[in-house]
Design a protein around this ligand. Sequence first.
Ligand code: ZN
Length: 238
Amino acid sequence: MQTNLLYLRDAYLREFPATVVDVRERAIALDRTAFYPTGGGQPHDTGTIDGMPVTDVRKEGDVVWHTVDVAGGAPMPAVGTAVDCVVDWVRRHRLMRTHTALHVLCGVIWNEWQVPVTGGNMEPLSARMDFEFDPLPEGFAGTVESLVNAELAANRPIEVAFLPRNTAVHDENLIRTKVNMIPEWVSEIRVVDIVGLDKQADGGTHVRSTGEVGRIRVLKTESKGKGNKRIRLEIVDA
Ligand SMILES: [Zn+2]
């Protein structure tokens, strides 16, 4: 059994019909889903399945499990039931804007300082990312904020492609994101390309162009030790 991951090809799909393929206590597996499961630094979606609130989404192997809030002990749908699903679009679109902003940040920092990212975390419209700086350059917060905002305002298109593994591992633009570390059995690699700025192997959901992000504001920079500096930022309307 394998869930068809609709969000990989259409990040803008927010309502979809599906069929229940497995059920356990308070969680439902569907044949197809547009609900993004927590992973790759992006938090899960919320929404409803047949009106039941979805409170958590996790991928276990090839199957996505949707935790639902069964109010007043209403029965879980049986296997084979057709259900109508709705993704909470306010939360999801904010996460898409945030995720794209972080790829722009990575691209800008790589182009300007050739420094790789070491970790990060995002919430809707806020995030932190760690980079291998030692120390941070003079005036860093203001410089990076204006460089990122210039790239967002440039309204670069974002393209998602599925490349054969052999093509992806030989793409010079993907080398810094360690595509060669992806397990050998993965034959097709999903690539998110902010055209002319940043190209990464990535499973997340992104907006169509950088203009849709808005602007970023750097809130704080912190040292997390030698060769590890943290940037906290928020995403605001343009
Ligand atoms: Zn990403």
